[in-house]
Write a protein that binds this ligand. Structure first.
Ligand SMILES: Cc1cc2nc3c(=O)[nH]c(=O)nc-3n(C[C@H](O)[C@H](O)[C@H](O)COP(=O)(O)O)c2cc1C
Length: 224
């Protein structure tokens, strides 16, 4: 079981600590984990070259290609982000914008449809649930059919400040999620919502006269 974990911040913080608890559990069961931080991700400049020419022409390709290749070869993809202003961190959004060419509306990677995703967030008060929902939305459009979501309101600005009771509650949820991930691993198939979205995109690609790069991708995969 190969896992790619993408952390919004480096090795500090409550969100990272919870992600690490989960990864520790999965490592105990034999998972092989590769970790990245997108703390210094460059923002997309909106040149459209990934959409209309080739993703290799992205000015930030060298920065992102190790993460993208790791995602493609993983069985499980984990992304974490603290809640900032009721949304994901700007750094994570900067990274995720670089994956839009891989959305189902453009050139989804065929291997995405059998992966499992995990989205983790913490907020001091409100917003962690919204962040995991937003991350899950990105996973959905990338083609990943199932996302486990772990969202916690921790009433703290750092992991050291989190109460022992809250940490115990988090640990129980993390352990349960680890068991569920292992149970589902290798058995994922696209559900109704994913298949419906793919069918809609397929119809669109059949009529695609506006983006030959996307159209060739669908043809090369035998989808149209
Ligand atoms: C810029 C900024 C914006 C924040 N916005 C929110 C927010 O909208 N809602 C909330 O409950 N907490 C908010 N917080 C608090 C953090 O989400 C919370 O402390 C979180 O656990 C930090 O995670 P980390 O330790 O992984 O960085 C914000 C913190 C920062 C620095």
């Amino acid at each position: 079981m190969k896992i790619t974990a993408i952390h919004s911040r480096g090795s500090k913080g409550s969100t990272f600590s919870i992600a690490r608890l989960l990864l520790d559990e999965l490592e105990k069961k034999g998972a092989e984990v590769t970790e990245f931080s997108v703390q210094s991700a460059s923002p997309c400049i909106g040149c459209f070259r990934c959409f209309t020419k080739d993703e290799k022409q992205c000015p930030h390709r060298l920065e992102n290609v190790p993460i993208i290749e790791s995602i493609e070869s993983a069985d499980i993809v984990l992304i974490d982000s603290p809640c900032y202003g009721m949304g994901m961190s700007g750094q994570l959004k900067c990274f995720l914008d670089h994956l839009c060419y891989r959305w189902m509306s453009h050139r989804p990677h065929p291997l995405m449809f059998s992966k499992i995703a995990v989205a983790i967030s913490t907020a001091a008060g409100m917003g962690a649930g919204k962040v995991t929902k937003d991350i899950a939305l990105h996973f959905f459009y990338l083609g990943i059919p199932f996302t486990f979501r772990l969202a916690f309101s921790i009433q703290a600005m750092s992991w050291d400040e989190v109460s022992a009771t809250k940490k115990e509650h988090i640990r129980r949820k993390v352990d349960k999620t680890a068991r569920n991930i292992i149970a589902k691993s290798g058995k994922i198939k696209p559900g109704l919502k994913s298949r419906f979205m793919f069918a809609m995109m397929r119809l669109m690609q059949k009529r695609n006269t506006w983006n030959p790069v996307d159209k060739s991708h669908w043809e090369a995969n035998g989808w149209v």
